[in-house]
Structure formats: C-alpha cells, structure tokens
Design a protein. Structure first.
Lengths: 249, 215
C-alpha cells in the first residue's frame, strides 16, 4: 500500500473510521449480551442475599460457595418470605424489591426525592432474618453487600463484594475469614445504631469479644476496611426507624 | 527446537532472563508491586497478561502499516481497551464466576505499561508471528517475576501459599509459630514487592555481569 500515513487528512480519516468500527463492535456486543448479563446479575443478587442469611453451600474452612444458579430462584422464594420497600413512612411489599438499584436510590435521595429502601425478611428453621442491602466506597471503586440481622439486632451473617479493590489486600473483604468475623456482633451500642467497625489493633484477632462493635481489620487494606465500617454504619442508620419497630428489647 | 527457528525461539527465551520485562526493561512494575501480596492473584494476572499481550501484539502487528504514526499511542490504547472489554463482556455473559475473579484485573491490564511497551517496541516493527512469540515470551518473563514475588510475599507476610496455611496457625500458635516465629506484616504492603524485585535484580546482575550498565 502506497498510502502516505503521515498526512493529516489520513490521520483524521483513520481516527474516525477506527472510532466508528470499535464503537460499533462494542455497542453491538453490549446490546446482544446485555440480557444474559442482567440475568446473571439478578441470580447473583439472589445468591448473595441467601448467602448472608446462611443459605449457601460452604464446605469446610475458607470456602465461599453459593447455591448453584439453576437452583437459586427456587431457594430464594423458599427462604425469603417477604420483600419490603420502605419509602419514608410507607412500607409496601414487592417481590421485585431485590432488583432496586441502590446507587440510583442514593442519587435520588441527593436530589431531594424519597429513597426507596429494599429489605428482605428471610425465614430459616423458624428463625427470622432481616436482610439489609448495603453500598459504600472502597479504595478504588464501589463496595457493596448484605447484612442479615435477627430481632435483637445481632448480625447473623454478611456478604461483601467489590468492584475493584486490590487483589490480595482489599479484595479480601469477600474472603470467608473476614466475613465470618461479623456473625454474632451486635450493630447496637446501647440504643445507638453504631454498626460494626473494622478496627486495627483491637487486640482480638480471634474475635472472641462479640459486644465491642468491632472486628479485626485486614492487614494492608486500611481504606477498604474503613469503607466497610462506613458502609455498615450508614446503611443500618437508613433503616433505623424500621428496625426500631421490629427490635425485641 | 524444530518447531521454531533459533531466532524465533530467542524471542520467547530472552525475555525469561536476560531481557526480562520487569528486571531489565523495567516494564510492568506497577502491577508487580500492586497485586503480588498473594500467589493466586499473581498467577491470575500472569495468565491474563499472557492472553492480552499475545493477542494485542498480533493485532497491532497486522495494523502496523496503516497506523498513522502521529496517533499510534492512542490507537494502541484503543486496541487493548477494546480487546479487554470484549473478553470481559463475553465472560460476564457466559462464564460469570470467572469474570467475577478477573474483573478487578481489567483496569490493571489496560493500563499496564508492559502491553503498550511491547506494542511500541516490537509489534509496530515486526510481523504477526514474531510479535505473537514476543508477546508470549515477554508475558512469561513478566509472569515468572510476579509469581516469585507473590510466593515470597504470601509466604513471609501471611504464612500461606495459594491461601493454604503452610507454616501453621499464627493465632493459635501452632507449627512454626510455636517457636516464636511471626508473620512479617511489611511483606503485605507494596513497598515489600519493590524490595523483593530489587533483590531479584541484584541476584540476576551478579550472576550475569554483562547486564550491568557502565555508568
């Protein structure tokens, strides 16, 4: 090819053609795969909610395994008895509440609208679980999760996930040893909704003290850990009014 | 090797030691520091870079005669970003679990200087087959260093390898910990990787003095 690739006109045309081609390919791919991706994300949410209330297939130490995707829809309807949407004083039931986008609701709240807060009530072996979705900021990107509480406001289980925390450091918030520490901790300090802080040097690495509102931090992941603390505190405070109505004192 | 000529074989073998991307070319240092706290992350990153670099090198090499030199960097960036996003989207649709593991690496790969470095230094001037071999060789050389660093950082920092405790339990004081041994928390944080990479460079240059620069 005897094209003079140094010419300005060639450069401009090349850039334009390239943008169109790459844009078309990516847009085509995104729109043709979006149904499948959405379905995967929907099932993952169900898996995460069930995981927090202890419905999972964990085997042995260190394993984090969900109910398989082909069974999760059935298990979800079996264990999750009610899904509520809390809008200010109004509480409605909605079996699609788990699909509410927390990020969009947070933006709506900032714009002065009433935030829709989804809450899931699970029932396993006769005990009730109140599962709250959470969303916060890690070091690099969003972190989110679910916390399952009982009527005494004691954590029964949590699930955390993240978009882009450092592998090997902050990404370890979704490791079993970190998530398991939260179980048994109370989110209350007296009558105050304090949440659970991820604390450095709390001198309790085995997490035997369950009434200190603290779990042991991850080494090398201070900011992600602080993000988790903030996320739990802010999220439970959004639900404070509702939780007060169900709390057994 | 009958499959590859001697020249082609060198494209793979050189970057493993004497022209290693991390220790000699100083490419890909950032990810070597950031994600080597655990062996598993190192291995995943090494494999991901292998795919992206080999594929990207071939694509850039095929386009090398039509890319305008004024905007070549941005063209390279678009190619690698598009490749990574396509793979990411397809995995999200058909291998969701795998994509969850890899998603945190996506940003690290796109901005990894080893990718742009090899596009610029090799693929723009060589044919697709040679570029493919260069991509494989350099990502293997990169991967080896990542795995060595990951091995030492996880072993000394957490006492585990691939997440399995190999030195005993540091909290209940069993195994090696019963003798008073402690994990070195410093190994967990990124500066430790710099020191491990420094030691590797030191060992490599003292074994092969030809690598030492004059000044």
């Amino acid at each position: 090819m005897a094209v003079n690739t140094d010419k300005n006109s060639y450069t401009v045309i090349f850039a334009a053609v390239m943008v169109v081609i790459v844009g078309t390919v990516l847009a085509f791919l995104a729109s043709s795969l979006s149904d499948k991706i959405e379905e995967n994300e929907r099932l993952e949410k169900q898996q995460n909610i069930l995981y927090a209330m202890g419905v999972n297939e964990n085997e042995g130490e260190g394993s984090v395994s969900f109910i398989p995707t082909d069974k999760v829809a059935g298990e979800f309807t079996k264990y999750i008895k009610e899904q509520l949407i809390i809008e200010g004083d109004k509480i409605t039931k909605d079996d699609q509440a788990y699909l509410i986008d927390l990020k969009r609701q947070a933006t709506a709240a900032k714009n002065g609208d009433v935030r829709k807060l989804p809450l899931f009530i699970g029932d396993k072996d006769g005990s009730k679980f109140y599962i709250i979705p959470m969303r916060g900021k890690g070091l690099w990107d969003a972190i989110w999760g679910f916390v399952a509480l009982n009527e005494q406001m004691v954590v029964q289980g949590v699930y955390f996930d993240h978009a882009g925390e450092t592998p090997g450091l902050g990404a370890n918030i979704k490791q079993r040893y970190f998530m398991d520490d939260f179980a048994g901790e109370s989110i209350l300090a007296g009558a105050q909704y304090l949440g659970i802080a991820v604390a450095k040097g709390n001198n309790d690495p085995l997490n035997k003290i369950k009434d200190d509102n603290e779990v042991d931090a991850l080494a090398g992941a201070t900011i992600t850990g602080n993000g988790v603390s903030d996320m739990i505190r802010e999220s439970v405070n959004l639900y404070k009014d509702y939780l007060e109505t169900i709390r057994v004192k | 090797m009958a499959l590859l000529s001697k020249k082609d074989a060198n494209l793979i073998l050189d970057p493993l030691a004497d022209n290693n991307p991390i220790t000699i070319q100083v490419l890909g240092i950032c990810s070597a520091l950031a994600i080597t706290a655990e062996l598993k992350a190192s291995v995943v990153m090494a494999i991901s870079v292998l795919f992206v670099l080999a594929m990207g090198n071939v694509v850039i090499s095929l386009m090398r005669n039509i890319i305008p030199s004024k905007i070549r960097i941005i063209v390279q960036l678009i190619v690698v970003a598009a490749l990574v996003i396509i793979v990411d989207q397809v995995l999200k649709a058909y291998a969701y679990e795998l994509s969850k593991t890899l998603s945190v690496f996506v940003g690290l790969i796109i901005t990894n200087c080893i990718i742009m470095g090899r596009f610029e230094a090799f693929a723009l001037a060589n044919g697709p087959w040679k570029s493919f071999l260069d991509g494989i060789g350099n990502s293997l050389g990169y991967g080896i260093i990542l795995i060595i660093v990951g091995f030492f950082r996880e072993l000394l920092g957490s006492g585990t390898l691939f997440g399995f405790p190999v030195l005993g339990n540091p909290i209940t004081k069993t195994g090696l910990y019963a003798t008073g041994y402690e994990n070195n928390g410093f190994m967990i944080i990124p500066p430790a990787a710099l020191i491990v990479v420094g030691i590797i460079i030191w060992i490599q240059r003292s074994r092969n003095r030809a690598l030492i620069e004059d000044n």
